[in-house]
Design a protein around this ligand. Structure first.
Ligand SMILES: O=C(O)CCC(=O)C(=O)O
Length: 424
């Protein structure tokens, strides 16, 4: 995901724009992006993909991108044309030794991983007296077998009553202080799966590692040879230099979740080819130019832990790998630059879509919702903002290719990203 974590460091020298200028900018962007996302019946040639989509930073849905050769089952009288590859979770389990493969699963109290939440004592160097502050909270990571994950996912899916139905953005979590009791055992990774009754009840499991997990952690599945190593029509279009030749994917990830999991709005520095194997993904997209309307902010970073059977949050410390940045008051802490406004939350959008007090510019964002069904691929251009959910149990894979930083678009994006609205 977004690793541009130090982007808030120059908060004191932000570019300021007035409302009229931003409205005009939004109108210009609308002329480029308000069209529906095109659906291509087959993968395009490299030239068409580059010309119509990559260079214009335009998403598209591509059908028939991964085909299964049905020749072995076809007969002369009944030829079966190749069909798009599909794979349900049960079919996936049958392909690998599910009870032996150990995977790292993201677990949250409500399905919202990698998002901004209210944390009590999360700011001002973790001072509990400072009240609740918005923090970027990563999910708790738990190792389990693929079989245990399926059990946890389906058990949670059938639970009709959520342990807490408060919207994620409104829930306040306590921080774990290093001096806090709990037998010193505040690290969820050290609690066994069975001993964490609270973790199992009402919590949401999502297999959503973004570290090349299909080729590494799930290599038993990758090695079955079902999935292509890459896509030549895309790789030629993503190619940035003749010397290095077509790029190979930086990462190939596997995603398994259900309707309870949401990846909040963010952008990646990757060209993204996202293929749904079964179920349905719902992408809410906003173009990179919407950066000033989405309230990307540097916020203190943290991760969920279980402490004494309750969900708590542990703030990142210097040295946890997250860059340290100062906020407006000069408070230095590890920070992540993340989108604060939720384009799907009516309270953020405000009455009649006119913007709320907290996010007045959100009304200028250019939101498009795309449903990606099994056997379809979505191209998400680098830097495109996306929020992702599932309408049902869904299995998907995606191929990430490094974006081209040697382009004017990257320079313009950096400029636009720093635009702030000046309240008149
Ligand atoms: O499927 C998801 O939950 C998130 C996908 C995503 O963010 C990505 O592919 O970059």
């Amino acid at each position: 995901m977004d690793d541009e974590r130090g982007a808030g460091r120059d908060a004191g020298t932000r570019l300021v724009a007035n409302r009229d200028l931003l409205r005009e900018f939004s109108d210009d962007v609308a002329a480029l992006w308000l069209a529906p996302v095109p659906v291509l019946d087959d993968p395009p040639s490299a030239l068409v993909f580059l010309r119509d989509y990559v260079s214009r930073s335009r998403p598209c849905i591509i059908k028939n991108a991964i085909l299964v050769d049905a020749a072995s089952t076809a007969s002369r009288e009944d030829p079966h044309p190749p069909r798009p590859l599909t794979l349900t979770l049960d079919e996936l389990r049958a392909l690998v030794p599910a009870d032996d493969i150990s995977i790292s699963v993201d677990v949250t109290p409500d399905g919202c991983g990698d998002c901004i939440r209210l944390v009590h004592g999360g700011g001002r160097m973790c001072d509990p007296k400072a009240g609740s502050v918005p923090c970027f909270v990563r999910p708790l990571q738990r190792r389990m077998t693929l079989g245990e994950f399926c059990h946890l996912l389906r058990r949670g899916s059938s639970e009709t009553v959520l342990s807490d139905s408060t919207p994620a953005a409104d829930r306040v979590f306590e921080t774990v202080q290093s001096a806090e009791g709990d037998g010193g055992d505040v690290d969820a990774r050290s609690e066994s799966l069975d001993s964490s009754a609270a973790l199992l009840k009402g919590s949401v499991a999502y297999y959503s590692q973004q570290n090349d997990c299909l080729r590494k952690e799930m290599s038993a599945l990758w090695d079955r040879g079902l999935f292509p190593a890459g896509f030549s029509w895309a790789e030629e279009a993503f190619q940035t230099s003749e010397a290095t030749g077509p790029p190979r994917p930086d990462a190939v990830n596997l995603w398994i979740g259900d309707r309870r999991s949401v990846s909040s709005m963010h952008k990646d520095h990757y060209e993204n080819l996202f293929y749904v194997l079964s179920g349905e993904k719902v992408f809410t997209l906003c173009p990179p130019c919407d950066a000033p309307f989405l309230y990307e902010r540097p916020v203190p970073s943290a991760a969920f832990v279980m402490s004494g059977g309750a969900w708590k949050v542990r703030m990142d410390a210097t040295g946890d790998g997250v860059p340290v940045a100062e906020d407006e008051s000069g408070d230095a802490a590890p920070r992540v630059h993340w989108v604060a406004a939720d384009v799907t939350d009516s309270r953020h959008i405000g009455k009649n879509g006119e913007g709320s007090e907290a996010f007045p510019l959100l009304q200028h964002a250019h939101t498009v919702t795309v449903r990606v069904r099994e056997g379809e691929m979505l191209y998400v251009p680098a830097l495109f903002f996306h929020r992702v959910s599932q309408s049902c149990e869904t299995v998907a894979i995606n191929y990430w290719y490094d974006m081209n930083f040697e382009s004017p678009s990257w320079c313009y994006f950096r400029l636009v990203q720093q635009l702030q609205h000046e309240e008149a």
